[in-house]
Design a protein around this ligand. Structure first.
Ligand code: DC
Length: 222
């Protein structure tokens, strides 16, 4: 059967990664979480770049610096310069730094080239913010995930409570709205729906309904 590229973009806290991972498993495809790549560079910035104080993020503006100093590999989990990083990159601190490093043009150029190389053999499900628009504008299947901000805030709120934190719902909702604004208004590769993307609003779908919808779409596309 012909292998395709599946590009999944969408707002934060829509369950993109879980959906992409499950679809990759269903299809027998490789899953690539591009957010993790931006987070790995953020981790590098936090751990190494204070050396370059008072302009710690300046080195990331050079493609040569990135190519010489940052090596991302999968074995199968994401490694930064040979060290597995999955357990370190999910913190709030790394997430906040990721939103500072991801608008840097050289960082995007560096990561987009690697993402495009990973898709050469097709058979890939990649999730992010610019996959259907910039990384693979020619992807055979593009999904754009969304859900109402209140629904996404409630999901995030429940996750934080499960972690033993004591969030305030209004603050979580404001954070979701602020992130949406930043994601859609940044100058470089803003979150946009590709004209040929299929939009899935999962506000009122159960996980099973959502996955069945996505499997049916996938089956019709390859
Ligand atoms: O999806 P996430 O929260 O792991 O993403 C981390 C950060 O990277 C977030 O600020 C959005 C950014 N990002 C991006 O700019 N482009 C992508 N393709 C994926 C993530």
């Amino acid at each position: 059967m012909k292998k395709i590229i599946v590009a999944i973009d969408g707002y934060s806290s829509c369950g993109k990664s879980t959906i992409a991972k499950q679809l990759a498993q269903y299809a027998g495809y490789t899953y690539v979480d591009t957010g993790a790549m931006y987070r790995a560079i953020a981790l590098y910035a936090l751990e190494t770049l204070p050396l370059y104080s008072p302009t710690p993020l300046l080195p990331l503006e050079s493609l040569d610096f990135l190519e010489e100093n940052i090596h991302l590999t999968y074995s199968p989990d994401l490694c930064l310069n040979g060290q597995p990083v999955e357990s370190k990159i999910r913190s709030l601190e790394v997430g906040n730094m990721a939103s500072k490093v991801s608008p840097i043009p050289a960082v995007r150029q560096f990561l987009v080239a690697q993402q495009q190389a990973m898709g050469q053999a097709k058979g890939i499900v990649m999730d992010g913010r610019d996959i259907g628009t910039v990384v693979f504008p020619e992807a055979e299947l593009k999904l754009f995930l969304t859900a109402r901000p209140e629904v996404r805030a409630q999901r995030r709120f429940d996750e934080l409570v499960a972690k033993g934190e004591h969030p305030i719902f209004e603050e979580v909702l404001k954070d979701v709205n602020d992130r949406d604004y930043r994601d859609t208004h940044r100058d470089i590769s803003p979150l946009r729906q590709a004209p040929d993307a299929i939009v899935i609003d999962n506000s009122d779908l159960t996980r099973e309904q959502q996955m069945q919808t996505i499997y049916d779409i996938f089956d019709r596309h390859h």
